[in-house]
Design a protein around this ligand. Structure first.
Ligand code: FAD
Ligand code: UDP
Length: 401
């Protein structure tokens, strides 16, 4: 049977969509994209909910990058809404009794996250907070930020006390909720994503390019995949058509020697032959409220208590003008079990899991023109921009061949 495609792409998230577009447009190849879900966009997919609020179905996505190449590339498929994400922690006061009665609220307070010099003043009071902030600036004169793990190594007793405060009020409980492990037990790069800021910059990200796709992520993906050389088949599990057993790549039972870009789980591709790779999954609690806004910020982190990690209110992110109604999302993290309907959202990066992943990667390396690409397939903690760049760079190599 004559093939109608030269390349096979599995998954229509960022990795798959960018690769498909590049192979189709730059390489002039006919590309078949198979996507298991009934929509494109992968975990960045957004859609209106039943109340008309534009929501992110698989968790809040805010675009930010330091790569001009990535920003320019995506800007071909979307215009941008200017948006800089700001996050606050919401936590119980350590000692609510000391707050004067006329100032008493609900026994809780907030400060900016990442923890910065303003957070310090919120936590320790204006005078003591300012003094401690200056002390911190003196301790790290050449840095704009410091990770919590680095701060905890500081021998100065006052700085150690600040580190303990931040560890206790920002990191340890949130990290236990998110990972089921302490900050020391997880990959240090993970907590380093949210450093202690030695400034009053209260933006969650400091990248030069930040924003939200003006009409949402899904239209961005639809445009990216809208090319005469690309065919997208939704609702198709590629593993019903793709077989890589024995090192040979077969599609629909026949051997296939074109490039295969696979963006799903590596362990699943190989029938879990070395055992399953561990992941964290999330349960999302959506709530719609009959008011303009539910909270002051796009995301509020519950860093000390509650079972969920954070609440995101989409209207802050999207800028959607929809009076009288708003939808929020609570995120509950737990171990991924592989049960039907569960999504593996986060790879659990540690030496043992990385070693297990390497076995799958080595197997993939023996399978013709098969390429593992993406957050799942590479078992990495990629942000959107990082996987776009990876996909562009992989295609640079493939198209040079
Ligand atoms: P995915 O988006 O997971 O796409 C993979 C696709 O492959 C999926 O659609 C899946 O259905 C499909 N697939 C898998 N197996 C098969 C199969 N056998 N057959 C057919 N199809 C298959 N990044 C940011 O930059 N900013 C953020 O604010 C941000 N927030 C995030 C919040 C959460 C809760 C999570 C989980 C991630 C967040 N990210 C964020 C990261 C972002 O989601 C990823 O960088 C991005 O989605 C990775 O794209 P991908 O194509 O590798 O994977
Ligand atoms: N983190 C934390 N408290 C916070 C925010 C983050 O302890 O208020 C830690 C936690 O371990 C988390 C990691 O920093 O998993 C990275 O946070 P980020 O917001 O980047 O996570 P993501 O948005 O990828 O879930």
């Amino acid at each position: 049977m004559e093939r109608t495609f030269d390349c096979l792409v599995v998954g229509a998230g960022y990795a798959g969509a960018v690769a498909a577009r590049e192979l189709a447009e730059r390489g002039g190849k006919r590309v078949l994209v198979l996507e298991r879900r009934d929509h494109v966009g992968g975990n960045a997919y957004d859609c209106p909910d039943e109340h008309g609020v534009l929501i992110h179905k698989y968790g809040p996505h805010i675009f930010h990058t330091g790569s001009k190449r990535v920003f320019d590339y995506l800007s071909r498929f979307t215009r941008w809404r200017r948006y800089q994400h700001r996050v606050i922690a919401n936590l119980p006061r350590d000692n609510p009794e000391v707050v004067p009665a006329h100032k008493k609220t609900d026994g809780r307070f907030t400060f900016p996250v990442p923890f910065n010099l303003d957070s310090m003043e919120r936590a320790f009071g204006p005078d003591e907070g300012k003094r401690l902030g200056e002390k911190l600036l003196d301790a790290y004169p050449a840095q704009s930020q410091v990770t919590i793990l680095e701060l905890r190594q500081n021998p100065d007793p006052e700085i150690a006390a600040i580190a303990e405060y931040v560890y206790e009020h920002v990191f340890v409980h949130y990290t236990m909720k998110q990972w089921g492990q302490t900050p020391e037990e997880i990959d240090p790069n993970t907590t380093a994503r949210v450093p202690v800021r030695l400034s009053r910059d209260d933006r969650y990200f400091q990248d030069p390019w930040q924003g939200m796709p003006l009409e949402g992520y899904t239209p961005l993906f639809e445009r990216m995949l809208d090319h005469p050389n690309i065919t997208v088949a939704l609702g198709v599990d590629a593993l019903t058509r793709l077989d890589v057993s024995g090192g040979a790549v077969r599609v629909d039972g026949q051997s296939f020697d074109g490039p295969v870009i696979y963006t799903g789980q590596a362990d699943e591709l190989f029938g879990f032959c070395f055992g399953p790779l561990p992941y964290r999954t999330l349960d999302f609690g959506f709530e719609t409220h009959r008011r303009d806004f539910y909270q002051t910020h796009g995301t509020v982190n519950y860093t000390v208590d509650e079972d969920f990690t954070r609440i995101t209110e989409f209207k802050h992110l999207t800028g959607q003008d929809l009076p009288g109604v708003t939808t929020i999302m609570k995120e509950y993290s737990r171990a991924y079990t592989g049960a039907a309907g569960e999504t593996p959202y986060y790879a659990i990066i540690d030496p043992a899991n990385n070693a297990l992943y390497e076995k799958y990667r080595a197997l993939a390396g023996e399978c013709g023109d098969l390429h593992l690409l993406g957050r799942l397939a590479e078992y990495k903690y990629y942000n959107m921009d990082a996987i776009v760049l990876r996909a562009l760079e992989l295609c640079d190599v493939l198209l040079e061949k």
